[in-house]
Design a protein around this ligand. Structure first.
Ligand code: SF4
Length: 758
């Protein structure tokens, strides 16, 4: 409430929070955790971080032409993400012209024409790249990819490239579809729920309600994470009295503090024991799978010393976990970035799938695979065709619907787009939402790449770093938020989104827009497309912008599972998309069966004095949006430049808790990647493993350090070294006075020891 009322006031807070995630309301613009069926929804169907996300969007603060007159690009470049985000909502289109240091107002049509000029002057459309953040609606995403493909390229990187791409690759290879197979209802009939590499307490908070309900029904919970997080320890559910005044619910029955990047070895160890114990659903493996023998031989050859050293856990700990799996009739396997952002992530996730196949945890109630998506419509955007590697059948279907031949050549993903901008192969960057400059890895390199372009265009609701890290010409196109009324020529419009469990539902904003000159994502894309493509294609962009049901009619023709889209999405709660493994144990793989995968165990080579860093979010953060400077579940207040480190590692490396250090990334290109001035916090991390927040540590993630097969940046395992810092301490909420001038105690509000005593 503190965040909401301070930014929106009481009336707006009441109006928005009473409508978030309600059947006729708007969808939370934060994570992709599903909503309960309409008849089971609470009147307050949101979590703390959902409320913060709404407050950030529906804030009364505004950023207009006076602001941009006062602050130059250089000024903005020197501001923290937190400060930029707190300036408020963008109110009108702005342009930074070549050679100028300030943004100035521009008319919408002039902006579209300027963009069209840049795009049509390109030698090939592959000199432009079109990024999508997971906030874009299905309708906007579908039109965006249509426009880009009509322009003639597949350069459609999206935030999924940097988060769950490894999940998609592993799932498509093993079960034939890149999506999770569970529904929210499965949580209420599972025997065991495995939560691996995920911090639901901060990143999917309403998941805790589902875990609590499962726990109360007798399910067991296995938590696998280098850090013991408050969310999987004990949960005080604010939705019920017991949670508010009682002792709360202990969630994890077993927490395994696997070392960073030790997950693959752990899952291999669990598999090894299940095979030894013959804890196999042979009816399922015989009828629906292939490759079990090869996998069993591979696992059999691995020694326990190799596995326990690689995961940093004892055989007894691995046995406890394997026992929980073998005693479970139905297991849900959940994971997030802690598994997807490593060089061997696809192999690790294939191992999770192997365990689920061994146990027959597909196509039965209470069981399944559950990659939990971090952004509200990231899954929907991919379903709509925002994919640089779209399958042939989708391109054919799209071409048939709109009478054109999309290019069959794969486009650039996020990392490839940065490399192409850096070496001049791409000169135009367009961002549909998001904050690419700070979400991307290797901040220094990415900044050079974006600043070397001729044009950057950001379709945004709020100010962020990507508006200061821009091309020679830069355009900001301010768009409507989810909470706002989207009035078009045929009346108020609804948009649709798809959550982590393949439920497609409607979202309708009602608030008066932050400014009368805002346009919807759909209207902006139609404006750019009409100005750029002219009458090259028989598409009435104006009509589509005026009535989104026309867009949904095209989606219904092109995308499988969207038949009768309009009628079905108008039902309260929407509809669930097909998932052949879940629905009928059908596997559209090369073999037509679910495939066990054999992946060699590859461990990180860490030299003495080196540590393995995982980047993570604080509790007051969603992706690169910084709601506040606290991370109360970890005992951190009024600051973000902290490095969580094992107390023994701190003293072994000759430091002491509270020291300010520079973090250096070791990488083969010899480039000195350094993130300066982090305060050491003694924390319960596994030996050799450290953790710190992004985007402050994104400068350390080398552009070339990506996951095999998925090309996802290795944001969860970066090899680093530390040195005592001589840098001027950096203030998080601006670039004013130094940190330890705040309270003169040199601890700048950090609480010692953290309240949890860990
Ligand atoms: S759990 Fe996720 S989607 Fe739900 S209210 Fe919270 S942040 Fe929003």
């Amino acid at each position: 409430m503190k965040q909401a009322v301070s930014q929106m006031g009481v009336t707006r807070t009441t109006r928005t929070l009473s409508r978030i995630n309600q059947p006729d309301g708007f969808d939370c613009m934060s994570c992709a955790w599903p909503d309960p069926d309409p008849e089971h929804r609470h009147s307050a169907e949101f979590c703390e971080n959902g409320a913060k996300a709404v407050a950030e969007e529906a804030t009364k603060e505004r950023v207009g032409r006076d602001f941009f007159r006062a602050y130059s690009i250089a000024d903005l470049s020197d501001k923290s993400e937190y400060w930029l985000g707190k300036q408020g909502r963008l109110t009108e289109p702005m342009v930074k012209r070549s050679g100028s240091q300030h943004y100035e107002p521009i008319a919408w049509e002039d902006a579209f024409t300027l963009i069209a000029t840049h795009l049509t002057e390109l030698v090939t459309p592959d000199e432009a790249t079109f990024y999508t953040s997971g906030r874009a609606s299905n309708e906007a995403a579908f039109l965006y990819q249509l426009f880009v493909r009509m322009l003639g390229t597949n350069n459609l990187p999206d935030c999924s490239n940097m988060c769950h791409e490894s999940s998609g690759v592993a799932l498509i290879d093993s079960i034939g579809i890149g999506k999770g197979s569970v529904s929210l209802l499965d949580f209420y009939s599972a025997d065991l729920i495995v939560v691996a590499g995920q911090n639901p307490g901060t990143n999917h908070p309403r998941m805790l309600s589902a875990l609590e309900a499962a726990k109360r029904r007798g399910a067991r919970i296995l938590s696998i994470n280098p850090l013991l997080e408050a969310g999987t320890s004990n949960f005080h559910n604010p939705q019920n009295m017991r949670g508010m005044i009682g002792k709360g619910t202990d969630l994890a029955d077993l927490h395994l503090p696997v070392k960073v990047n030790g997950d693959h070895a752990l899952f291999l160890g669990i598999g090894k024991l299940l095979l030894e114990w013959r804890a196999i659903d042979a009816d399922f493996t015989d009828a629906y799978t292939v490759g079990l023998e090869e996998w069993a031989e591979h696992v059999g050859r691995l020694s326990w010393s190799t596995l326990t050293n690689a995961c940093g856990l004892s055989l007894e700990e691995i046995e406890s976990a394997a026992r929980m799996v073998s005693n479970s009739r139905a297991t849900i396997w959940c994971w997030a970035m802690g598994l997807t952002q490593h060089h061997n992530s696809v192999a690790t996730i294939r191992e999770v799938v192997n365990l689920a196949l061994l146990r027959g945890d597909l196509g039965k109630a209470g069981a399944g695979l559950c990659p939990v998506r971090g952004h509200s419509n990231v899954q929907g955007d991919r379903t709509m065709g925002v994919w640089e590697k779209a399958p042939g059948w989708f391109l054919d279907s799209l071409g048939a619907e709109f009478s054109f031949k999309p290019s069959p050549h794969h486009g650039f993903d996020a990392v490839e787009s940065i490399e192409a901008m850096h070496d001049g192969r791409v000169s135009v960057f367009i961002g549909l939402g998001g904050n690419f400059a700070h979400a991307a890895p290797d901040t220094g390199y990415t900044t050079e790449a974006l600043r070397s372009t001729k044009l950057t265009v950001q379709i945004s609701t709020k100010l962020n770093r990507s508006h200061a890290v821009c091309g020679d010409t830069a355009i900001i196109l301010p768009t409507l938020g989810r909470t706002e009324l989207d009035m078009q020529s045929t009346g108020p419009q609804m948009i649709t989104v798809e959550d982590s469990m393949s439920v497609v539902h409607a979202s309708r904003g009602r608030l008066r827009p932050a400014s009368d000159s805002l346009r919807s994502e759909v209207a902006i894309i139609c404006g750019i497309a009409a100005a750029t493509l002219g009458d090259r294609h028989d598409v009435d962009w104006g009509a589509l912008a005026g009535d989104y049901s026309l867009i949904r009619r095209h989606i219904a023709s092109v995308v499988p599972g969207f038949e009768h889209f309009e009628e079905r999405v108008l039902r309260p709660g929407g509809f669930v998309l097909p998932h052949p493994p879940r629905d009928s144990r059908t596997f559209e793989t090369a073999s037509g069966r679910a495939e066990f995968g054999v992946s060699q165990l590859a461990t990180l080579e860490v030299e003495p004095g080196q540590l393995v860093l995982q980047t993570l979010r604080s509790h007051d953060q969603f992706n690169t949006t910084i709601y506040g400077l606290n991370d109360r579940y970890r005992g951190i207040h009024n600051g973000r430049r902290v490095l969580f480190m094992n107390r023994a590692d701190i003293s072994n490396l000759g430091f002491k808790a509270g020291d300010v250090v520079d973090i250096h990334a070791a990488w083969r290109d010899g480039r000195d990647r350094c993130a300066p001035a982090f305060r050491l916090v003694a924390y319960n991390t596994p030996r050799g493993s450290v953790a710190a927040y992004y985007p402050e540590t994104n400068p350390l993630i080398p552009i070339g350090s990506t996951a095999e097969h998925s090309n996802t940046p290795t944001s969860k395992s970066v090899i680093v070294t530390l040195s005592l810092s001589s840098a001027a301490p950096i203030r998080d909420d601006d670039r004013g006075p130094a940190l330890d001038e705040l309270d003169g105690t040199g601890t700048s509000g950090l609480v010692w020891p953290p309240a949890s005593g860990r």
